[in-house]
Structure formats: structure tokens, C-alpha cells
Design a protein around this ligand. Structure first.
Ligand SMILES: NC(=O)c1ccc[n+]([C@@H]2O[C@H](COP(=O)([O-])OP(=O)(O)OC[C@H]3O[C@@H](n4cnc5c(N)ncnc54)[C@H](OP(=O)(O)O)[C@@H]3O)[C@@H](O)[C@H]2O)c1
Length: 292
């Protein structure tokens, strides 16, 4: 047994290292040049920064959110930065007809699609669960069902291009965090749907990659406003976060962790010591500063 362990453990280590490092491609900004990309939730925050990175890389970009004035400004900036083209369509992702029409607009504009970046997130509260089932349902529509609707509508174009779906999720979509109960539920749903779909794509030889992005706290205006004074953790920069998401999608990675250690280590602890992880997470909050 001892001898077996001495041989098996290093051997398993070698195989794992080989699987991890072999065939890894480096990211080059040229990979996105001339590609047709939809970015949702791009009027602000991480989505806006993704649009700017893609513009610098020379992509064709279609952005969407509700606020037309903000989208117009982002489109103008994308054109200044070198986008091959930039357009917008504004509307509410609570409405599945609108979700479909975003993909239809890409089809009308380009006739093809290489990358679908699903990033938008509906407004929620940061506090104890208020038992409002209607809000959970609304958030599921915006954060989950519209992602599914856009994916289904985009499948024919993505199959043709051998394209990519990038799903922006959160550590709160893998681990339970307090004060974001409805939000967390929608992010867990994304993991279930897209991780299962990835399996079926492989089984059916469908050449579409799915990248699920597990993000920690990022310094977007809305996130900072929500958690300030309550959450003790520090936030990572949205510009770098946006770039890491695009890189992961372009390299067809299964999952992106940003920032790597602050998301990956909790996930390692989760399976072996979930109560310890829950305890560590609870200690990160100044509960007395929650808005009443
Ligand atoms: N920031 C963080 O700390 C953090 C952490 C983990 C994961 N994430 C994830 O990263 C993604 C981006 O987050 P963020 O912080 O950049 O968000 P954000 O700054 O709040 O931006 C959200 C975007 O979604 C749009 N949006 C909101 N409600 C919408 C609706 N009903 N229909 C269509 N568009 C809508 C907003 O524009 P309009 O208001 O104009 O519609 C905006 O463009 C989200 O999926 C979020 O869950 C963020």
C-alpha cells in the first residue's frame, strides 16, 4: 500500500500537471479583431469596460441596457477607441421579446455572431431576505431567463461560427452569501443551466464554448454603493476584471475566476469545510451598518 501510494501520488500529480498545462494557448488581442460580439449590461460597470476593451481590439460591438443616453455615450467612446463598428439597442431584459430582439438585431446587422457576453444584472437590495417572492421571480427573469432566451435565439449563429457564450456570474453563484438571497439564487441557476448545457454540447459535438465567470467583489459604482460600510473585503478593479472575462472567453475556458485566489480558495474550502467557510464569510460583514 505504501509503495503504491509512493508511485500513484506523484503519477497522478504528473497527469494533472500535464492536463493543466498542455495545449494552453496564449491570449492575443488580435483574436477579437473583426469578431461580432454582443455585450449586455454595457451602459455601466464591467459591461461598459468590456465594450471598451473589445473596441481597442477592433471588434464589431452591439451593446444593450435600458438607458439610451448612457449607451449612446459608450458607443461613441467605442468608435473613438477603434471598434470596427458599434451599435446599441436599449430595452428591459424583464421582457423576453426584447431579449430575443437583441440577438435579432445582431443578425440584421452582421448576419453572424462570434461571441455572446451575458452580463446584465437587475437591481436588487442588499439586506436580509424580505420574503418578497415577486422580486425573486422578477430577478430570475432578468438575471437568468433572459440569458437562456438570448442563448436559444443565438444558437444557430453561434453554431455556424463555432462561437462562444460568456456568462458573467459571481462567487455568490457558487457559495451562499448573506444579504443577496434573490441575486444568489439567480446566479446558482446560471451555473446549473450553462454547466449542463456545456455537457450536452460536448456530447452532441456542438462547437460552442461556454465560459462561466466567477467574480469576487468588483469596484463598480453600483456594487460599491450597495456594500459600502457593510462589507469589509476590498474590491478589485473593473477594467482588469473586464479584460480577464474577455480573455477567458476568447480562450474558450470553462470558467474564469477573478480575482483568482479570492474566488478559487473559498471554493476549495467549500467542499471540505463548508461550515468554516460560512463562518469566515459571516465575519466579513459589519451588520450594524446595514440600511434598515
Ligand atoms: N460588481 C461586483 O462586485 C460583481 C461581483 C460579482 C459578480 N458581478 C457580476 O458582474 C456583472 C456586471 O456587474 P456590474 O457591477 O458591472 O453591474 P452594474 O454596474 O450594476 O451594471 C449593470 C448593467 O445592467 C444593466 N441593467 C440593469 N437592469 C437591467 C434590465 N432590467 N434590463 C437590461 N439591462 C439592465 C444596467 O444598465 P441600465 O440600468 O441602463 O439598464 C447596467 O448596464 C453582473 O452579472 C454581476 O452579477 C459583479
Amino acid at each position: 500500500m505504501g509503495l503504491l501510494q509512493k508511485i500513484l501520488v506523484p503519477f497522478a500529480g504528473l497527469i494533472l500537471a500535464f492536463c493543466f498545462y498542455s495545449g494552453k494557448e496564449d491570449f492575443k488581442p488580435g483574436m477579437l479583431k473583426g469578431k461580432h460580439v454582443i455585450v449586455t449590461g454595457a451602459s455601466a460597470g464591467i459591461g461598459e469596460q468590456m465594450a471598451y476593451h473589445l473596441a481597442r481590439m477592433g471588434s464589431h460591438i452591439l451593446i444593450t441596457a435600458r438607458t439610451e443616453g448612457k449607451l449612446q455615450k459608450v458607443v461613441a467612446r467605442c468608435l473613438e477607441l477603434g471598434a470596427a463598428s458599434a451599435s446599441y439597442i436599449n430595452g428591459n431584459m424583464e421582457d423576453m421579446t426584447f431579449a430575443q430582439s437583441v440577438v435579432k438585431k445582431a443578425e440584421d446587422l452582421w448576419g453572424s455572431l462570434d461571441m455572446l457576453i451575458l452580463n446584465h444584472v437587475g437591481v436588487s437590495y442588499f439586506n436580509y431576505f424580505n420574503r418578497d417572492v415577486g422580486h425573486v421571480q422578477k430577478l430570475l427573469d432578468i438575471n437568468f431567463l433572459s440569458y437562456v432566451t438570448m442563448t436559444v435565439t443565438a444558437l444557430p449563429m453561434l453554431k455556424n461560427s463555432g462561437g462562444s457564450i460568456i456568462v458573467v456570474s459571481s462567487l455568490a453563484g457558487k457559495v451562499g452569501f448573506p444579504f443577496v438571497v434573490p441575486y444568489s439564487a439567480t446566479k446558482f441557476a446560471l451555473d446549473g443551466f450553462f454547466s449542463s448545457l456545456r455537457q450536452e454540447f460536448v456530447m452532441q459535438n456542438t462547437n460552442i464554448s461556454i465560459t462561466l465567470c466567477i467574480l469576487g467583489l468588483i469596484d463598480t459604482e453600483n456594487a460599491m454603493k450597495a456594500v459600502s460600510g457593510v462589507l469589509k473585503s476590498s474590491a478589485a478593479p473593473k477594467e482588469e476584471c473586464a479584460l480577464e472575462i474577455i480573455k477567458g472567453g476568447a480562450l474558450r475556458q470553462r470558467e474564469v475566476y477573478y480575482e483568482y485566489f479570492s474566488t478559487k480558495i473559498p471554493l476549495l474550502i467549500r467542499d471540505w469545510a463548508p461550515n468554516l467557510l460560512d463562518y469566515i464569510i459571516r465575519r466579513e460583514y459589519n451588520v450594524e451598518n446595514l440600511n434598515n
